[in-house]
Write a protein that binds this ligand. Structure first.
Ligand code: MEV
Length: 321
């Protein structure tokens, strides 16, 4: 394979939910995350046009037009792959299709980044190892998130359930049985980078308090691994509830998210919390299995972007060669 003239390549990568430890993971804590059944597909094929393009939902832009600010993640990653492995000999068309709403806290930019890195590399006949691929994908995420911990890229690329920390990297958590979660998108998009800065401010103001919350997030992350792998849902739900109070204290929640959580915190759930950066985005709830469908129906009447998912799901996939 040498690039142009080859059949198109499609790679897909999943979004994610963070079960414990978002934000605290940026400051060194362990966090537990799982891939979900909402994916991003990126296809690369040779183009008849004069120059290489990126497109999605009818918007099209040149890869090398420096004044254009659209598709920052795809542009960053594609350029990096081309500088690493050599530019394609003829123009290419990169097409992105996403099932994950942007700014929903479900890891859409990491999934776009991972799928773009894999699809463009494979188009050039390359198969970079997971470490190089995740470094490149992280560069893409940085183009929009400032200083991410790397957990979103890891969850999307590797799939499954993962325990992650900046120091010890990614540990896959084998799961005998899936866990069903209800995901509810508040409908409010927000910028992860802004929330990360807000939390950094809180840390500056209360360094001692903050450090102990980071340590507690690690402790509860490890407990959550036990609860998830043994299927102890009441325990897992209790941990989620407690983590929510810390997230709220560091400024990741707000009135409308509290109201959303109030609606899902019924007798049908063991626990619920923000997932991802907060400030908007999504919440996850851990429903009692026999009540999950009924809860979904009730919540979906008010929040149309709600869905049940069994975690974990598969990570990065090359869908066709
Ligand atoms: C975003 O999904 C999770 C955060 O912890 C940021 C990060 O870890 O990169 C808020």
């Amino acid at each position: 394979l040498s690039g142009n003239g080859d059949p198109s390549v499609t790679a897909s990568a999943p979004g994610k939910v963070i079960i414990t430890g978002e934000h605290f993971v940026v400051h060194g804590a362990y966090a537990l995350a799982a891939s979900i059944n909402r994916r991003v597909r990126v296809s690369v094929s040779s183009s008849e046009g004069a120059s290489s393009t990126i497109s999605s939902r009818g918007v099209i832009s040149g890869i090398y037009s420096d004044s254009d600010r659209s598709f920052p993640v795809v542009r960053t990653v594609a350029k990096r792959i081309f500088s690493e492995f050599g530019k394609p000999k003829k123009p290419v068309s990169i097409v992105v299709a996403s099932e994950i709403p942007a700014g929903s806290g479900l890891g859409s930019s990491a999934a776009v980044s991972v799928a773009t890195a894999a699809a463009t590399a494979r188009y050039l006949g390359k198969e970079p190892g997971e470490d190089l691929l995740s470094d490149i994908a992280l560069e893409g995420e940085r183009a929009v998130h400032g200083s991410p911990s790397g957990i979103d890229v890891q969850a999307s690329m590797r799939g499954g359930m993962i325990l992650f920390s900046k120091n010890s990297g990614t540990k896959p958590i084998p799961m005998d049985r899936a866990i069903q979660l209800l995901v509810v998108f508040s409908g409010k998009q927000r910028r992860t980078s802004e929330l990360i800065s807000k939390v950094a401010q809180k840390k500056k103001e209360f360094p001692g308090l903050f450090k102990h919350l980071v340590d507690s997030a690690s402790f509860f992350g490890l407990q959550a691994v036990d609860a998830a792998t043994t299927g102890d849902l009441p325990y897992l739900g209790a941990i989620m509830n407690l983590m929510e109070t810390s997230l709220s204290w560091i400024g990741a929640s707000n009135k409308s998210l509290d109201n959303l959580l109030e609606q899902v915190q019924t007798d049908d759930v063991f626990g619920a919390k923000i997932t991802g950066a907060g400030g908007g985005g999504s919440v996850i709830a851990l429903p009692k299995p026999e009540r999950a469908e009924a809860l979904l129906r009730e919540v979906a009447s008010r929040y149309s972007h709600s869905f049940l998912c069994k975690v974990p799901e598969k990570g990065l996939l090359i869908e066709e060669g």
